[in-house]
Design a protein around this ligand. Structure first.
Ligand SMILES: C[S@@+](CC[C@H](N)C(=O)[O-])C[C@H]1O[C@@H](n2cnc3c(N)ncnc32)[C@H](O)[C@@H]1O
Length: 231
């Protein structure tokens, strides 16, 4: 098999045209309401409840574990949540290949895996390599909700996001007004664990796909590190 880099640009364009286009989520769900997206929904409590409470909005959930994907898909169909679409897949892959920039009016990320070991950090949903991809999903005027119990990671995400162009970021000192949103949050509240919650608002005149100042140096540093450790 030839690698992409071995094809000329003209060949690549010709081959890409032969691929079937991914259907847009807009074509798969009826309605015209704004999209809210949750990455890594786990058992899907937040998405299902929100979709049932707000039939005027549309919800898209992305989850990499098949068991959770099937659980929420089954529950959503059983309860008639026709405005909820669930996709099994790796969020960063789907963001870079399927979802258009500026697609979501609200983005939810609750208790993402913190990957504390140094060698696993490149899997994090938020870091300097991925922040442009993830935040690029938000349309101008959109909102971001984030929570974690892994405070060290939360502080890094806070530091990273507050430099994102056009994003106003606040730490929430109190729980969400609607209570525990997800299973992890409910469990951690009962255990009395501290939780770091962030709420971001992208300016209405922000440019879709703005680049974070750390984005490019982050990618260059990551590529160099990967070459060194051979991954
Ligand atoms: C710690 S759990 C939190 C689940 C849920 N958000 C909650 O708060 O209850 C993290 C979830 O994210 C999913 N996940 C982790 N990395 C992912 C990725 N790159 N793409 C999609 N899902 C991912 C995991 O499978 C897991 O269900």
């Amino acid at each position: 098999m030839r690698l992409a880099a071995q094809f000329s640009t003209a060949e690549q364009k010709r081959l890409l045209k032969q691929l079937p286009a991914f259907p847009s989520p807009d074509d798969l769900i009826a309605g015209t309401g704004p999209w809210e997206v949750e990455l890594g929904f786990g058992k899907g409590k937040f998405l299902l409840r929100s979709a049932l409470q707000h039939p005027e909005r549309r919800y898209l959930g992305i989850e990499v574990v098949s068991k959770y994907y099937r659980l929420l898909d089954r529950r959503a169909r059983r309860q008639g949540a026709d405005n909820l679409m669930v996709v099994r897949g790796e969020a960063l892959y789907l963001l870079s290949t399927v979802l258009p920039q500026g697609f979501a009016s609200v983005l939810h990320v609750y208790f993402p895996d913190p990957w504390p070991k140094q060698r696993h950090r490149k899997r994090r949903l938020f870091d300097s390599e991925t922040v442009d991809l993830v935040l690029g999903l938000l349309r101008p005027g959109g909102r971001l909700f984030f929570a974690t119990d892994f405070l060290e990671y939360g502080e890094l995400v806070y530091d990273l996001l507050r430099l994102y162009p056009g994003l106003t970021l606040e730490r929430r000192e109190a729980p969400w007004p609607d209570g525990a949103r997800t299973n992890y949050e409910a469990k951690y509240i009962v255990e009395g664990r501290p939780i770091l919650r962030l709420e971001g608002h992208l300016a209405a005149d922000a440019t879709v796909g703005s680049l974070h100042p750390e984005g490019v140096p982050g990618i260059v540093a990551a590529m160099a590190a990967r070459q060194e450790d051979g991954s």
